[in-house]
Design a protein around this ligand. Structure first.
Ligand code: FAD
Length: 467
């Protein structure tokens, strides 16, 4: 089959493009080198839907941030992805900088901005430190789970006829008549147009496709993830005033009730996701400058994600050497926020009209942790697997894990199940449930337990018998 469009890369950007193309009825395929969507930068970021006051007016970043943030509520409702409009407080002691941010926001077309003095901030958030004298309140700032979004975008696309190929590491490219062939050395994919949405790996793909390479810089962002309710934030995301290189180290609730503290912005040679004592010390110091109640002893995980940066703006353009290729790179923050608007931009470059069809909506399985005891009892009467709790920290039942294993993208790994159900995301980080989840994956997929992986094909957990 020859697809109209092939997208390389299954982060939030690639999946948003696939979803948009499917909604406008363009037969498309996405190839991803890993075994699931959102396994790289799109799973390791702050999960903020930024209001849009930070980006420099006139840039693509500013335009697509504000447009993306406006598209988010309807998109999340359609995809059944939880989005919480919690509002953000940007706090510090430099009123001129606060005014600058406010004016930038107004120029970018952001609604609901307000400059606050110390007393007004204290009313919203009593735990600010003595350093804080002024701030900006952004009412429209929201929080979302980035990997849940990518999964939902991909699932809805697949349900409506799109194709996704995992474990497809693009290695070869050739032109055949009026279309192209992408190959990973084993499988071949045919398409008339190609979109490169590979994040930090743009240049290696561009070399294979003969497309333009860019001067890419990597900035690593390290985080603490704290236990649920670890810091009383009255719901708000709290930022410092931004620096030249980042929006600074924030303290924010997540949509699941945890607290995230970070990220750093460390210039790196590559996109490896290490964490360092230096980075964690910096987070500790900066978070304590903002708030007096950040208790990092409540940490349950540290992690990092890497920003792909090309100059000062996003790159979304037709390739100068081959106009059948669209280059999408340099999608650093606010790329999550902008992803639905990036998809519109790509559609425009492909010369396709933005006229959506009616879509078959995805089904979001029941989560017993959100239900009353009465409702859980009703479910158990219908299906006793709802009564078998596998993940005690997050209250995830066997029925939910089985649902996830058979969901449209057919996740094959422990981490794939974790991103869909939260089994293993709680305080014990899978210490109690990971073996049970492995057994369920093996049983439901009809494979042996030593074939179950943590994430990709080479991440086997059991490597052999000792007896
Ligand atoms: C620390 C940090 C904090 C951030 N916070 C926010 C925030 O709060 N709000 C916000 O709006 N944005 C935020 N961002 C930005 C946001 O996370 C990114 O813009 C977004 O995730 C980029 O998505 P992507 O799809 O371009 O890249 P990725 O998620 O990296 O996806 C690229 C995909 O391409 C695949 N790929 C690579 N090579 C190949 C190949 N050869 N063949 C097939 N597939 C391939 C990769 O496996 C990967 O899945 C943050 C970023 C970082 C790093």
């Amino acid at each position: 089959m020859i697809y109209e469009v092939a997208i390389i890369g299954g982060g939030v950007v690639g999946t948003a493009i696939l979803n948009k193309l499917t909604r406008v009825n363009v037969k498309s395929i996405l190839v991803e080198k890993n075994s699931d969507v959102a396994t790289e930068t799109s799973k390791a970021n702050s999960g903020i839907v930024h209001a849009g006051f930070d980006a420099k007016p006139g840039t693509l970043k500013a335009k697509l941030n504000v447009r993306g943030a406006k598209l988010f509520p309807k998109l999340c409702e359609e995809l059944k992805v939880p989005l919480v409009q919690n509002g953000a407080l940007v706090i510090g002691n430099d009123l001129e900088k606060v005014k600058e941010l406010y004016n930038r926001g107004i120029k970018n077309g952001v609604d609901g901005l307000e400059i606050l003095d110390r007393n007004a901030i204290l009313k919203k958030l009593p735990s600010i430190t003595q350093n804080i004298t002024c701030g900006l309140f952004a009412k429209t700032s929201a929080i979302v789970s980035p990997y849940k979004l990518a999964i939902a975008l991909a699932e809805e696309s697949v349900i409506n006829g799109a194709t996704i190929m995992f474990n497809f590491n693009t290695k070869e490219f050739k032109k055949i008549d009026n279309y192209y062939c992408l190959s990973d050395g084993i499988n071949e994919v045919y398409a008339k147009k190609i979109v490169i949405a590979c994040g930090g790996e743009h240049n290696s793909i561009a070399k294979i496709l003969g497309a333009k390479t860019y001067n890419i810089e990597f900035r690593r962002g390290e985080y603490f993830l704290l236990d649920k309710g670890a810091v009383a934030l009255n719901g708000f995301t709290v930022f410092p005033l931004p620096s030249e290189h980042s929006k600074g180290i924030l303290v924010s609730p997540t949509v699941h009730g945890n607290v995230i503290v970070g990220p750093t912005s460390i210039l790196s040679n590559d996109n490896s996701t290490i964490t360092t004592q230096k980075g964690l010390d910096e987070i500790t110091e900066k978070a304590n400058e903002l708030l007096s109640n950040v208790d990092l002893r409540k940490n349950i995980r540290i992690f990092s994600g890497v920003r792909t940066i090309v100059g000062d703006d996003f790159v979304i353009e037709k390739d100068p050497n081959n106009t059948d290729i669209i280059n999408v790179t340099g999608i650093c923050s606010p790329g999550l926020t902008a992803c639905p608007a990036i998809a519109e931009e790509v559609l425009n470059l492909l010369g396709i009209e933005n006229k959506e069809n009616t879509m078959q909506r995805r089904y979001e399985p029941q989560k017993i942790s959100n239900l009353s005891k009465e409702k859980i009892n009703e479910l158990i009467k219908e299906n006793s697997n709802y009564g078998k709790i596998i993940c005690r920290c997050e209250m995830i039942s066997e029925a939910e894990i089985i649902d996830a294993i058979h969901s449209p993208l057919k996740p094959i790994s422990l981490d794939g199940i974790k991103r869909r159900t939260r089994a293993g995301m709680g305080r014990c980080q899978g210490g109690f449930c990971f073996m049970k989840v492995m057994e369920l994956i093996a049983r439901e997929r009809g494979i042996s337990i030593d074939e179950v992986t943590k994430e990709n094909q080479n991440s086997r957990i059991i490597v052999g018998n000792i007896k």
